[in-house]
Design a protein around this ligand. Structure first.
Ligand code: ZN
Length: 267
């Protein structure tokens, strides 16, 4: 229904107020910074934090990587926005240990690559926020399985999680054996696997299924053992295909796992 002859009155552009997680920041000119945040309501926002380097700046110490803020930004007029105010609501100190930090960096990178400026994606925001909570609290030995679980949720959120219960060609049940297809990201039955056959380790697939069907907060208490390492290669392929980029941190997260395993053997 249109009201002819009456143009809607244009209100003054309201500033944007949002819950935000700092994804990136870099220096801008002498005393300012450019900060990129993921917000729940407005997607990714890159804004200028004016004078953030100055010792008397109210932004000092607040716009650090992965901090959570109540932030207000200048209205979106197409140009560079200004970070007007930032109240620190959460500083994730527990992520400062190297392995946790690396893992959190990897998840933040995934969310950064998958999100768009100004396009709201609450699911991705909740994934990052909830994922950081888990990575702060879980026992260190459980970090890889938490990261794998988060990767599966991430793939699901961006619509790139393959079906790993049935063959992509015929829909046959894959609960007993599955093969990787080289031309698609999906899994296939023996008949449709193509040659040479690349079998997927059963324990790896089971670990992924368990993570997929388990509530995130229960991931740390799962006993997945070495199947985590076996399972890690599949999401790596799926992520690389979905994002057309490789995470610079992922290899280090899972190398951390290998290093720990050898430490334990040495004891
Ligand atoms: Zn088939």
């Amino acid at each position: 229904m249109t009201q002819t002859g009456r143009m809607p009155r244009r209100r003054a552009d309201p500033k944007t107020v949002a819950q935000a997680i700092v994804l990136r920041r870099r220096d801008f000119r002498e005393s300012s910074r450019l900060v990129t945040c993921l917000t729940r309501e407005h997607g990714k926002i890159t804004a200028l934090a004016k004078g953030a380097h100055r010792p008397d700046s109210p932004l000092l110490g607040r716009i650090d990587f992965l901090n959570e803020l109540d932030a207000s930004f200048s209205p979106d007029r197409g140009g560079l926005r200004i970070l007007l105010r930032a109240k620190l609501t959460r500083e994730r100190r527990a992520l400062r240990s190297p392995w946790r930090y690396l893992s959190a960096g990897h998840i933040a990178w995934l969310c950064d690559v998958a999100s768009q400026e100004g396009r709201s994606d609450p699911e991705l925001f909740d994934l990052l926020s909830g994922g950081l909570n888990l990575l702060e609290r879980c026992p260190e030995a459980k970090i890889p399985q938490v990261v794998l679980g988060l990767e599966l949720r991430h793939l699901d959120a961006v619509g790139a999680l393959p079906d790993f219960d049935s063959c992509t060609e015929c829909g046959d049940d894959l609960s007993n054996e599955a093969f990787r297809q080289t031309d698609t990201m999906g899994l296939a039955c023996r008949r449709h696997s193509g040659l040479p056959r690349i079998p997927v380790l059963w324990e790896a697939l089971q670990a992924l299924r368990t993570l997929r069907s388990t509530n995130g907060r229960d991931w740390p208490s799962l006993h997945l053992g070495t199947s985590v390492h076996a399972a890690a290669s599949l999401p790596a392929l799926w992520l690389a295909a979905a994002l057309e980029q490789r995470s610079p941190y992922r290899r280090m997260v899972f190398e951390g796992l290998a290093m720990r395993a050898s430490d334990c053997q040495g004891v």
